[in-house]
Design a protein around this ligand. Structure first.
Ligand code: 6GU
Length: 224
């Protein structure tokens, strides 16, 4: 899968994309994450990528031409399944959306900033608008990073069996059960006996009960 991220601030997320699981996914050839600086596609001598909004409401708006040029260039090189715009107006990102996006080949994510992009971009080039929750971020870069992280880890081969995404919270609409490691006893705090019993059926049952109990207590909305 290839994800092209279009932003005015590529440095904000560059190192994030090359660390940990995202870094390994790219080195292993499972994902290609390409950051593009929208300012590189301006043609005026001041490299102006934003301007005042018509009608006078406060704040800068990202200009149509550089974004159009960049998206048109990318589309001439390969076919894109989605052109996503990060915006608080969008559909709220969640695990089912991550699952379906992880099946795509090529995706563009355009990061909104300031008051947003010239609306003509949204009308003519964007196929999907996504928010990561009901709070305001300075820009879409963190949203793009969050989405990329949760999408790429779902690509088959990125996680080992032990890290398997199938046991993550939310994957089956349940929170994950508690986990423990050595030592068995610390400071008088002990690990539940069942986990040391060696009886896998019992352990599976305990983990399922815990997942259900925790979901009921902490996120009953997930069970609806
Ligand atoms: Cl995608 N962008 C911005 N600016 N704020 C947000 C968001 C996105 N998702 C939640 N808040």
């Amino acid at each position: 899968m290839r994800i092209d991220i279009l932003t005015l601030f590529p440095q904000m997320i560059e190192s994030f994309m090359n660390e940990s699981i995202l870094g390994r996914a790219q080195k292993g050839g499972f994902a290609q994450i390409v950051l593009h600086d929208i300012r590189d596609y301006t043609t005026d001598k001041h490299h102006k990528a934003d301007d005042y909004s018509f009608g006078g409401s406060a704040g800068l708006v990202m200009k149509v031409e550089p974004i159009y040029r960049l998206i048109t260039k990318l589309k001439s090189e390969r076919e894109y399944d989605e052109v996503i715009y990060t915006s608080p107006d969008g559909e709220t990102f969640n695990q089912p959306m991550a699952n379906s996006l992880s099946l795509l080949n090529n995706v563009i994510i355009l990061c909104g900033h300031y008051k947003g992009v010239d609306h003509r971009i949204r009308e003519h080039l964007i196929t999907k608008e996504v928010s990561i929750g009901d709070y305001v971020l300075t820009g879409g870069e963190l949203a793009a990073a969050v989405m990329t992280d949760s999408i790429v880890r779902l690509i088959p081969g990125v996680l080992t069996d032990e890290q398997s995404a199938l046991s993550d919270s939310f994957q089956d609409n349940l929170l994950a059960p508690p986990v423990y490691t050595r030592p068995r006893e610390f400071n008088g705090w002990s690990v539940p006996d069942v986990l040391l019993s060696g009886n896998q059926a019992l352990i599976d049952q305990w983990q399922m009960d815990q997942a259900m109990e925790r979901t009921l207590a902490l996120r009953p909305d997930l069970l609806k």
